[in-house]
Write a protein that binds this ligand. Structure first.
Ligand SMILES: C[S@@+](CC[C@H](N)C(=O)[O-])C[C@H]1O[C@@H](n2cnc3c(N)ncnc32)[C@H](O)[C@@H]1O
Length: 226
């Protein structure tokens, strides 16, 4: 059986080719970045950034005066991300942090923001992979300034006329080690300042769900998070 570390270790070099980005998953990240509504100069955390497939959209949104902080625990995924950043000339904008999202000290993320706190946290197709997703989410949110934004893009079983593609969606999730029934956008439904103001988009027959909202003033850490 492939362990998560191995999947995102030796598999890192194939990730961009095999992840279905062009035909399926790119549509979710595009919708999520639009909903996140970043502004020039913003600092955004990309939680479980992987090879950096969000970076083009995030860098375009925050501009040369903004900052993108990519966090991932896989050195191999980060190596691909680092090559992407260098090739695109984003070194002044993108900072990469090698850390386990479930145990990272939020102060480490805060330090990467220059101490001011991030304006937003964003996570695509990563929280469904992380078993301790609540803990990972809280730690990242703890590094967001009061009133900042948050966005999650993840997967669920396709619906309606797309339902026959359920086995394919399950296969894609199993290959990536994701729990298709995790529905991590519930974390934002819990932590939004106003749950009625959550922006939501679905793509690919509902297989991809993107949500974004302003965060409640302070998302507190769990008892074992200090
Ligand atoms: C399916 S990939 C998604 C990557 C990227 N966000 C994207 O949209 O393409 C999941 C990523 O989560 C990372 N990951 C899994 N568990 C993690 C953890 N505990 N802490 C940090 N990153 C983790 C993996 O290394 C992998 O890069």
């Amino acid at each position: 059986m492939t362990t998560p570390l191995r999947r995102y270790g030796v598999g890192a070099r194939w990730y961009d080719v095999l992840s279905g980005e062009r035909w399926v998953y790119g549509a979710g990240r595009e919708a999520g970045i639009r909903l996140l509504d970043l502004h020039p100069g913003d600092v955004v955390i990309d939680l479980g950034c992987g090879t950096g497939l969000n970076f083009a959209g995030l860098v375009a949104a925050v501009g040369p005066t903004g900052r993108v902080i990519g966090i991932d625990r896989s050195a191999d995924m980060l190596a691909v991300a680092r090559r992407r950043v260098s090739a695109a000339g984003w070194d002044a904008v993108v900072t990469l942090l090698a850390a386990d999202a479930a145990t990272v000290d939020p102060r480490e993320i805060l330090a990467a923001t220059g101490g001011r706190g991030a304006d937003a946290v964003f996570s695509t197709y990563a929280l469904s992979v992380i078993p301790q997703r609540d803990e990972a989410w809280r730690r990242a949110c703890a590094a967001v300034r009061p009133g900042g934004r948050a966005g999650i893009v993840d997967m669920q079983r396709p619906r309606g006329r797309w339902r026959p593609l359920d086995p394919l969606a399950l296969l894609a999730c199993a290959t990536g080690g994701a729990d298709i029934d995790a529905h991590p956008w519930h974390l934002l439904e819990r932590d939004a300042a106003d749950p009625r103001e959550i922006g939501r988009a679905e793509r690919k027959g509902g297989h991809l769900v993107a949500v974004a909202a302003d965060l409640a003033d302070r998302v507190t850490l769990g008892a074992d998070s200090a």
